[in-house]
Design a protein around this ligand. Structure first.
Ligand code: NZQ
Ligand code: ZN
Length: 388
């Protein structure tokens, strides 16, 4: 059955090359003239984007928060909260990948909160009770879909937690210029592409039935990612490869691909534990876990959907069970073709010390008892062992 859903998304998308020079100032200034510019570890300075942005913003009062790290840490949000409150900021301009945009969304809520912003991560309902600063972003990495959704994922190294949080608003304006992703490294291109694929797979394998609009949408985006990811790896400045990946990333997680769905996700909550404990790259962790998860999830009940995936995404033919198994093998081979690690040892996780704690937390935080293929902590531990 197709479940009831509400779809509401207010993001103004500006897709295409070189639009920001002419359009950025108005997009930002519509919300006021006190701007907090947020960015990461310096890729935007190296590429020249920082200078372009500063030129475009000429005449506005710009404050800066730099150094937002991958798997963004709560300390960056705390520093941002101080700045937005101290300078009574009107609008945040986030320039970077998912980490910069995710942290900026929570900073936008933290302006209107007097306590520690970690409270807002622990309990998203607190964010819905307060205002949120408008966010304009310039996306520089195709992966998370944060440019058109309400989510953020924030890490707290002290408590070894990496948690999702949602706020009331999607970004107000998102500039999606595929050419800005030409400079993304092979490692991050691989990780980003795998992340997009994982978002699609998490929403495809769902207990809702006859949900054909969302399944067809996902199958089409999956074929796109499978085709263009490897091209972007080989030809980093192939515009069409970067353009298809960028729009695929946005479409995969702007809410459309989960319409009518029923259950929660599985691989993401498990990967978030790996990143919380070992600070590994999100997409690489997903790629390690996904084939093992698919093998776990394939059973009598799920084989028809896995076979549909095999036929419509991988163009396979045959009986359900064999198509389902071949589809999982095709997925494994495609993931391995990116030449990022495919085992936990490959990302430096070479012992089982934290397996139990990570498995228990994943089941709790991700409600894995309610997943497409429900998992206990023991199941998650077995999966982690298989991925060693
Ligand atoms: O920090 P800088 O110097 O900018 O370098 C970044 C960073 O080192 C670099 N980079 C970004 N754009 C570049 C570039 N390097 C060269 N050229 C460019 N154009 O790439 C590195 C990784 O950046 P990051 O923002 O961490 O990557 P990504 O966009 O993959 O974001 C990952 C984070 O998003 C979370 C993940 O868990 C992780 O913390 N997620 C957020 C989601 C959401 N909000 O909806 C959903 C996802 O499932 C995901 O969990
Ligand atoms: Zn993800």
């Amino acid at each position: 059955m197709v479940n009831n859903f509400t779809f509401h998304n207010q993001t103004d998308i500006r897709f295409g090359q070189d639009r920001l020079d002419a359009e950025l100032k108005d997009a930002v200034a519509q919300f006021g003239d006190k701007v907090l510019l947020t960015y990461g570890g310096g890729s935007i300075k190296k590429s020249g984007l920082y200078d372009r942005v500063m030129k475009a913003l000429d005449g506005l009062q710009v404050y800066e928060l730099s150094g937002i790290a991958p798997n963004p840490k709560i300390d960056s949000v705390r520093a941002g909260q101080k700045l937005v409150q101290e300078h009574d900021i009107d609008v945040i301009l986030a320039v970077g990948g998912g980490s910069v945009i995710d942290a900026s969304k929570v900073i936008g809520s933290a302006k209107f909160y007097q306590g520690d912003p970690w409270d807002l991560v622990l309990d998203s309902s607190k964010r819905f009770a307060i205002d949120q600063l408008p966010l304009v972003d310039i996306l520089t990495l195709s992966a998370t879909g944060t440019e058109m959704n309400q989510g953020s994922v924030i890490s707290n190294p002290e408590t070894k937690q990496k948690l999702g949080t949602g706020g009331p608003d999607t970004p107000a304006v998102s500039f999606l210029d595929p050419a800005l992703t030409f400079s993304v490294s092979q490692w991050q291109t691989a990780a980003g592409t795998i992340d997009i694929f994982s978002h699609l797979s998490e929403q495809y394998f769902d207990q809702s039935s006859d949900n054909d609009v969302k399944n067809g949408l996902i199958e089409g985006i999956m074929r796109t990612v499978i085709k263009w990811g490897p091209v972007a790896m080989q030809e980093p400045d192939n515009y069409d490869a970067r353009a298809n990946l960028m729009w695929a990333a946005t479409m995969a997680l702007n809410g459309l691909a989960r319409t009518g769905n029923q259950n929660s996700w599985t691989v993401h909550p498990i990967e978030h534990e790996l990143s919380a404990y070992y600070d590994i790259t999100h997409g690489v962790g997903l790629g390690i876990l996904t084939p093992h998860w698919m093998k776990f999830a394939l059973n009598e009940n799920s084989q028809a959907l896995f076979a549909q995936y095999g036929r419509n995404v991988w163009h396979l033919e045959g009986f359900d069970r064999e198509v389902a198994e071949q589809a999982i093998e095709k997925t494994r081979q495609w993931l391995a073709s990116f030449e990022v690690p495919t085992t936990l040892a490959g990302v430096g996780i070479d012992n089982e010390d934290n397996f139990k704690a990570m498995a228990e937390s994943a089941v709790k935080v991700g409600s894995l008892n309610n997943a497409y293929a429900p998992m206990t902590a023991a199941d998650v531990e077995t999966l982690l062992r298989a991925a060693k």
